[in-house]
Design a binder for this molecule. Structure first.
Ligand code: CTP
Ligand code: MG
Length: 373
């Protein structure tokens, strides 16, 4: 069971945090995929009232997942899902927060093992800082950190034990977690080692942490200069006594751009997507390769942060064409011209570029996670 019925008030924003993107996926999808990978047969996800569309989109294509409407507190959401499951009761249940996306398999394993001798098991971490009891901004006491643990989810239970405990609960309407509910009903809760990577996404900064929603990519390409060929750079045709030779229009700059985007997405290279052996790409206009890479980028939930392109050649001079090239590239990629930088350099007459035998191009991109609308 995954509880994903909260409002995510502390993270803020229009879409509740469990449906926001983190490392290319909606938060809740991480937990569902991990639990399935760890052997969970069926998963029930508690979602907010009216959240069906968001949930369906977030979990698109995943099998063996049922949705149920949660309640006004986390505990009520758990209870709704437990009652639903009780109609065809499993032997064990793991109760997990959608807000903890990165569940390591060894935590799941430890919980399963601990359930053999106990009705409940939870992952915990030691407290490493010393503790102060606070009141009105001053320290009024201390606490023994050796006896304290930080509690995580998933929490694992024999199903009948946790169902009975929830039904019997007469404490606060929102217990801190399910382990407290089981304990209040006399059940033993075993402690296993948790994991720092199981940290809960609570604040907006947790979603943006560690560059988790950015990806970097770089691309490099070379084409030979030859007489009788056209010279295309960044989708702009330049007048020059030589042009670039190649299977397509040989726009070396755009090819480097394509590879940088595919690199950032971790999705092969230009040759994987447009094999030179495939006759349909013969003489193809390279802007369509870039458009295709940008389409893949958007489908994976990213947008361009910025692109930095370097063209390496002795001639022609790139400076006079820089603005036209930036404008054209911005148009092809459907981005603002400010997001695109085009630089040029010679190699001081050294090497193949220096001898005028060819042109090389290097591109670097930063892609940023797109928030769902
Ligand atoms: N949850 C739930 N039903 C509720 C409240 C919370 O299913 N009525 C879920 C959340 O979706 C989350 C988990 O319980 O996966 C842990 O709660 P928390 O981190 O507090 O999430 P929110 O309550 O959504 O956030 P906030 O307290 O900032 O509003
Ligand atoms: Mg909450």
């Amino acid at each position: 069971m995954i509880v994903a019925a909260g409002k995510g008030l502390r993270v803020g924003g229009e879409v509740p945090k469990q449906f926001r993107m983190l490392r290319g996926k909606p938060l809740v999808r991480h937990s569902v995929e991990r639990l399935q990978a760890h052997g969970a047969a069926d998963i029930v996800v508690a979602i907010p009232e009216g959240g069906e569309e968001l949930a369906r989109r977030a979990l698109d294509g995943i099998k063996n997942v049922q949705l149920i409407t949660g309640g006004t507190t986390r505990q009520a959401s758990v209870r709704n899902a437990l009652e639903m499951l009780s109609q065809d009761a499993p032997e064990y249940v793991l109760i997990h927060d959608a807000a903890r996306p990165f569940l390591p398999s060894d935590v799941t394993q430890r919980l399963r093992e601990a359930l053999v001798g106990n009705p409940g098991a939870i992952p915990t971490l030691p407290v490493v800082d010393s503790l102060a009891v606070a009141k009105d901004g001053v320290m009024t006491g201390t606490a023994e950190r050796e006896t304290l643990r930080r509690v995580q989810t998933p929490q694992a239970f024999r199903f009948s034990a946790i169902l009975d405990a929830h039904r019997a609960w007469d404490g606060e309407p929102n217990a801190g977690d399910d382990a407290q509910v089981l304990r209040a009903n006399g059940g033993t809760v075993a402690l296993v080692d948790g994991d720092e990577t199981l940290k809960k996404v609570t604040f907006a900064s947790d979603l943006n942490a560690q560059g988790a929603n950015m990806r970097i990519g770089q691309g490099y390409d070379v084409h030979a200069l030859a007489s009788g060929e056209e010279l295309w750079l960044c989708g702009v045709k330049l007048e020059h006594d030589m042009g670039l030779a190649g299977h397509s229009d040989a726009d070396v700059a755009l090819h480097a751009v394509v590879d940088s985007i595919l690199g950032a997405l971790g999705d092969g290279d230009i040759g994987t997507h447009f094999p030179p052996s495939d006759p349909q790409w013969k003489g193809a206009a390279s802007p369509m390769f870039v458009e295709h890479a940008c389409k893949l980028m958007r489908e994976k939930g990213y947008r361009l942060g910025n692109l930095d392109l370097t063209i390496i050649c002795e001639a022609p001079k790139i400076g006079p064409h820089r603005d036209a090239m930036r404008t054209r590239l911005a148009e092809i990629m459907d981005v603002h011209i400010d997001q695109i930088s085009i630089k040029a350099t010679t190699t001081e007459k050294l090497g193949f570029t220096g001898r005028g035998e060819g042109i090389a191009a290097q591109a670097a991109v930063l892609l940023m996670q797109e928030e769902p609308q």
